[in-house]
Design a protein around this ligand. Structure first.
Ligand code: MN
Length: 232
């Protein structure tokens, strides 16, 4: 084999390998149904695995996403998540799911998922959606990409990037989203920056946002609603 071909194959292998590890690690068995055992002394990347011999269909099942989340809150939206914490069979599979309900003019506020990309489909209503790219370089502005979505439209939010959805219609809106992690995580920007416990130093934030400290104190005194809706 010529050296060039060999180098090419190695390069392709390296690229494919890095892509396959871009999200959750691949499963090392058919499945690994989560089991909560605080007494167990071992730790794995994910949850503990139930013995496959005693697994049932129920371990791979989660009802309830036909039910709308309660959007009567300050942001007018509710995210109902199905992930490894309430669907144990998702453990190690690298995927999860969510239903998002929006009251008229309701907002799923700017947030990011540290471990997942998100692919969203609108079922009802009209959503103005968007995400912001990473810092492009010194003295350049972060690019914003937006789109108005109608029922049937699909949009993808790349992993780690700040994104949002706003219901711009006069009716309720409903969307469903797949996420590329069993446990995507959510960082709501306003909550994390202005609503942390303990608070981030207000002089620090005043400098970071280039505003008077009083503006920061006002923001920090607000109640920052978390729109993640627990499926019971
Ligand atoms: Mn999201």
């Amino acid at each position: 084999m010529a050296l060039k071909s060999f180098v090419l194959i190695i390069t392709i292998f390296a690229v494919v390998t890095s892509i396959s590890h871009a999200s959750d690690p691949s499963p090392l068995q058919d499945f690994c149904v989560a089991i909560n055992d605080p007494m167990a002394a071992v730790f794995v990347n994910g949850k503990f695995c139930k013995n496959p011999k005693i697994v049932t269909a129920e371990d791979f099942f989660r009802p309830g996403l036909n039910v709308a989340g309660d959007t009567s809150n300050p942001v007018g939206s509710a995210v109902t998540a199905v992930n490894v914490n309430n669907l144990a069979g998702l453990n190690t599979l690298g995927i999860s799911f969510a239903r998002i309900d929006y009251a008229p003019y309701g907002l799923n506020p700017p947030h990011t998922h540290p471990r997942a990309s998100e692919i969203l489909v609108v079922l009802e209503g009209t959503l103005y959606v968007g995400f912001v790219l990473s810092n492009p370089g010194p003295n350049m502005k972060n690019k914003l990409l937006t789109k108005i979505l109608q029922p049937g439209d699909v949009f993808v939010f790349p992993i780690g990037l700040i994104h949002f959805q706003l219901n711009v219609g006069k009716t309720n809106a409903v969307a469903f989203a797949g996420l590329s992690s069993q446990n995507p995580g959510v960082i709501t920007i306003a909550n994390a920056v202005f609503g942390s416990d303990p608070p981030i130093n207000d002089n620090l934030l005043a400098k970071a946002f280039q505003v008077d400290k009083k503006v920061v104190d006002y923001l920090q005194s607000q109640f920052w609603w978390d729109n993640s809706y627990r499926l019971v």
